[in-house]
Structures are given as structure tokens and as C-alpha cells.
Design a protein around this ligand. Structure first.
Ligand SMILES: [Zn+2]
Ligand SMILES: [Zn+2]
Ligand SMILES: [Zn+2]
Length: 158
């Protein structure tokens, strides 16, 4: 599997570039994203970036918190959903019908989403996982809804 070795080199190079030129980089295509993600999942469990310029789009947590059992607003699926951290609508993942991806394309600036499956935060503009303290209240609210207790402190990497 030389492609996996190649992917490792690409990822190393990629993470070094990110340190220097991240704010100026443009988004990549969805196909490339899938390829990139499959490489990440093989090599690392999750290695989120501590910061990205799109964190400014994140809106405060709604007073009612989050409901991780909420269905996709477009198709009603409940198996694997994300919540938009700008408008707090819930849509399904790319493994269901990709309604959150469509949402992020349709609504300008709705770039950051929280997974109700593993509580990771994804930035569509950066095509990267982000773990910043700005999103910790949302992760905590999702954890409370999903597991009935606060987010364990070991979740907080940064
Ligand atoms: Zn859907
Ligand atoms: Zn939204
Ligand atoms: Zn970003």
C-alpha cells in the first residue's frame, strides 16, 4: 500500500504548512477532503487543529442547550447528525445524505459544525477538525444530552 505511505508524507507536509500559511489557504474540494480524511483516519484517530480563522462564525450556545437525538431537518434521519454552530440547525452527515454539507454550501458563513456522533468540531472552510475552547460549551452541552453528564476534562486538549 504505497498510497498510505504517500499519504503520511502528504500529511506531514500539510501540517507543517498549516503552521505558517493556514489563514491564507483556500478550501479544497470535497473529493480531496474524502481522500484526506480517509488518510487521517488510518494514521491518526483524530488530530484536530487548535485554532482556525473561522471560529469567529461560531454563535453562542442556545439557552435550551443541545438535543443530540434531534433528527436531520431535511430527511429525518437520526443515525449520524451534526449541528451547525452558527444557526444550530441539525443535518445528517456525508455518510447519510450529506445534508449538513449542503447546508454549509447554501448558507454563507455556516462553516463550523459539531458531530453528535463523536462530539468533534469540523470546519468546512479549512477541511479540518478544530478543537478550540470556543466550542467547548457546545461539546459539553452535546455530551450532557448524549450521556447525561458533563464532558470529561480529558476531552480538552488545548
Ligand atoms: Zn439528512
Ligand atoms: Zn447553519
Ligand atoms: Zn476554518
Amino acid at each position: 500500500m504505497t498510497s498510505v505511505n504517500l499519504m503520511a508524507l502528504v500529511l506531514l507536509d500539510f501540517s507543517q504548512q498549516r503552521e505558517n500559511t493556514w489563514a491564507g489557504s483556500s478550501g479544497r474540494g470535497v473529493e480531496e477532503l474524502d481522500f484526506f480524511l480517509s488518510g487521517v483516519e488510518q494514521l491518526y484517530a483524530v488530530q484536530p487543529s487548535p485554532w482556525c480563522p473561522h471560529l469567529t462564525c461560531v454563535q453562542p450556545l442556545p439557552p435550551g442547550g443541545l438535543d443530540t437525538s434531534a433528527p436531520c431537518q431535511d430527511c429525518g434521519d437520526t443515525t449520524e447528525n451534526w449541528v451547525c454552530l452558527v444557526c444550530y440547525k441539525v443535518f445528517c452527515s456525508r455518510y447519510v445524505q450529506e445534508h449538513m454539507l449542503f447546508h454549509s454550501i447554501a448558507e454563507e458563513g455556516h462553516l463550523m459544525v459539531l458531530s453528535y456522533s463523536d462530539l468533534s468540531v469540523w470546519c468546512y472552510a479549512c477541511n479540518d477538525y478544530i478543537d478550540n475552547q470556543i466550542t467547548h460549551p457546545m461539546k459539553d452541552a452535546a455530551h450532557r444530552s448524549k450521556f447525561g453528564e458533563a464532558l470529561p476534562s480529558y476531552f480538552f486538549i488545548s
